[in-house]
Design a binder for this molecule. Structure first.
Ligand code: DP6
Length: 332
């Protein structure tokens, strides 16, 4: 069967940075996120005997078996084949509508779309929890892209990783005026992948323990703030959590510095707007892009302020988004 799925990226409101178990991909701390409407991966998967080997095409480019991208996809397909007890090879074609690997979490939407599409194409009917666990095996943050609206990825404590999955805190309708403004600072792929960066942080950052202990508390506090729609407190918490994550990355050997001059420029602008009483807050993941957390009513003012910054090539406005869904139009 051929199945096509669309899945959205997500932005962590409180972050994940560090695996406790590298094989199971379980994190040191829980993390929270909002799924982003409009930042989308579309993936078609077909298992069939006619394919002599697995094939993977991303954004029009074929990735051969020697590439990391292919290996990631194959690992996911192997998990699904194991569960469905099938041996057929698969063709996977995937498109992102946003810059790949530049800090817009394309791995999250990509792995979530792949896992969902492959499971359906293999004839499985898995629960969101099971899909979240399998997506986590592909990429930690992908576990959260399975969720409509606001999510928490529980760090879990089971030895087999069976309680480390994402769950909904609230659906997107809970907070329709919630906005993320994605500022595109650079469209180039980042130099240090999150996976490699965080693995070094676990080993070498002198503040790693402080980071994850704090981040666990932040995640639990964030759940409450989302449920109660306490915007100002939420923004401040997201911002401070992001700074501590980056402090942990920067104090890694060798240093993991994702901020570019434009990143700092936007951060300062946001802080300036905060001083003027605006309710907007910044957060960044493993790349130079800045995501501004705000409410719909303040979007025009913030966009006008961002126009003054040369480094900002584009501003992508996102509402809370849907979880993965099957669509009719196949990519091949
Ligand atoms: C900074 O989920 O991309 O975006 O599990 O190794 O694939 P892997 O890492 P990934 O890391 C995301 C890190 C982050 C913070 C976050 O999304 O929580």
């Amino acid at each position: 069967m051929k199945v096509t799925v669309k899945a959205n990226a997500n932005i962590a409101l409180t972050k994940y940075w560090g695996k406790k178990d590298a094989a199971l991909k379980t994190p040191w701390n829980s993390s929270t996120s909002v799924t982003l409407d409009g930042l989308e991966t579309t993936t078609t998967v077909e298992f069939d005997k006619k394919y002599k080997k697995d094939e993977f095409v991303l954004d029009g480019k074929e990735f051969g078996p020697e590439t990391d991208e292919f290996k990631e996809v194959k690992e996911q397909l192997d998990i699904i084949r194991g569960k469905a007890k099938i041996k057929d090879n698969a063709k996977v074609v995937s498109n992102n509508n946003f810059p790949t690997a530049a800090g817009f979490a394309s791995s999250a939407s990509g792995l979530a779309a792949l896992t969902f599409a492959a499971s359906k194409a293999a004839g499985l009917n898995l629960s969101t929890k099971e899909l979240s666990i399998i997506s986590r095996m592909g990429s930690g943050s992908a576990s959260r892209s399975l969720i409509d609206g606001f999510a928490i990825w529980h760090r879990g404590s089971a030895k087999d990783g069976s309680d480390s999955f994402a769950e909904q805190i609230a659906p997107k309708e809970h907070w329709p005026e919630f906005r993320i403004l994605g500022c595109v600072i650079s469209k180039n792929a980042k130099k240090i992948k999150s996976r490699a960066g965080m693995a070094q942080s676990v080993k070498t950052s002198p503040i790693f323990e402080q980071w994850y202990t704090n981040a666990e508390k932040d995640a639990q506090a964030m759940v409450k703030l989302i449920k109660e729609k306490k915007f100002e407190e939420l923004g401040k918490l997201a911002q401070s959590n992001c700074i501590l994550m980056h402090a942990c990355a920067m104090t890694t050997q060798p240093p993991v510095i994702y901020w570019a001059p434009g990143t700092l420029e936007v951060m300062h602008k946001v802080l300036e707007m905060q001083d003027e009483g605006m309710k907007c807050y910044f957060t960044m993941d493993g790349g130079p892009q800045v995501k501004i957390i705000c409410l719909a009513s303040d979007v025009p003012k913030i966009k006008a302020a961002l126009k003054e910054i040369e480094y900002v090539h584009e501003v992508i406005e996102c509402k809370p988004g849907l979880g993965p869904r099957v669509v009719k139009e196949n990519l091949f």
